[in-house]
Design a protein around this ligand. Structure first.
Ligand SMILES: [Zn+2]
Length: 334
């Protein structure tokens, strides 16, 4: 029933009615992993589904904005075009370069990459992905983990699904101190679940290279820092969070020979960063930063807290955001 309603609402949305009723709204999408089918990439966004979305936008003459065009709309008195979207992709894995970028290139659309510089430097792979990896490979099904916060997290893979345990453990780690999270993963999680700790990122979590990143910039895409270790800024002490921002800025600047002005917060909930981080970004020369609040970008909003929608796996949900039905629903609710 709900699907039928959404289907008809999306058909109505194609007329441009909702865009007309909700002017000045821009959906910014956030992608994570993109698989070309059988390469073991975690996540369910396939290259063919992504291509379907971009073909729709291309056929309907949507404008895929560049970061510069977004900046001009926010800063100068230029309206956000009614038929527009913007795409970002987080973390810097190999499939972002090998798969996702190629799909965008087929349509001549810009994709904006937020990269964890420690991942590209092959110093680490993201703590949240290490949680998934360890839980999926666990050889011990029940264990009591002592979290960095000191509280106990009980893993019971006989009763709960791996997905549930991954989500709950990540959430528990998000709320605690993260300074030592990488050490904790190795010494507590991997050890207690009897999973061998890989000496480098496992194949499915390997990064793109800096040379890949340079190629992306040459092809007209954007590459920006996303901290050096992906630890949640609000969980770190002032010196450490400052270092996350400045080090990642310095690495991207050095490898790509330019000064990045755009940033994305790790995990991106409003509780994952604070006004000190925003001030630090300003001082480091950034002029825009993205979180992960699912909402439309509008003119006049805080440039350091720009929201993003996760790119839906389902076409009807994608269309509802693109045709601004989601904005209309928000308007009606308030
Ligand atoms: Zn991220």
């Amino acid at each position: 029933m709900k699907e039928q309603v959404l289907k008809w609402a999306n058909i109505l949305g194609e007329t441009g009615l909702f865009r007309l009723l909700c002017p000045g709204t821009l959906p910014v999408f956030m992608l994570h992993r993109v698989t070309d089918g059988n390469d073991g990439v975690p996540g369910r966004m396939t290259a063919s589904q992504l291509r379907r979305y971009l073909r729709y936008l291309s056929n309907k003459r949507y404008q895929v904005l560049s970061m510069d065009e977004l900046w001009q709309s926010l800063e100068e008195a230029r309206e956000i075009p009614s038929r527009s979207v913007l795409f970002t992709i987080d973390d810097g894995f190999y499939d972002h370069h090998d798969v996702a970028a190629n799909v965008f290139d087929e349509f001549g659309f810009q994709l904006n990459f937020f990269v964890i510089t420690g991942l590209l430097d092959q110093q680490l792979w993201p703590w949240d992905d290490q949680v998934s990896y360890a839980i999926r490979k666990a050889r011990v099904m029940r264990s009591n983990l002592e979290l960095p916060s000191g509280s106990v997290f009980s893993v019971n893979l006989e009763e709960a699904s791996a997905e549930t345990v991954i989500r709950e453990l990540r959430d528990a780690l998000k709320t605690g101190p993260q300074a030592e999270v990488y050490q904790w993963l190795r010494e507590e999680l991997f050890r207690k679940l009897e999973v061998d700790y890989p000496s480098s990122a496992p194949a499915e979590y390997r990064p793109m290279s800096w040379s890949d990143a340079r190629s992306l910039r040459q092809r007209g895409h954007g590459v920006y820092p996303h901290t050096s270790s992906h630890r949640i800024l609000s969980s770190l002490d002032p010196a450490e969070k400052r270092k996350e921002i400045w080090d990642s800025l310095e690495r991207v600047g050095k490898e790509l020979s330019y000064s990045p002005r755009v940033f994305a917060y790790p995990t991106g909930r409003p509780s994952d960063y604070d006004h000190h981080d925003i001030e630090e970004l300003r001082q480091a020369g950034f002029n825009m930063a993205f979180n992960t609040v699912p909402a439309y970008v509008r003119r006049g909003q805080d440039h350091y807290q720009l929201p993003r929608f996760s790119l839906p796996e389902n076409t009807a949900d994608f269309l509802q955001i693109v045709n601004r039905l989601e904005a209309l629903k928000g308007k009606l609710r308030s």
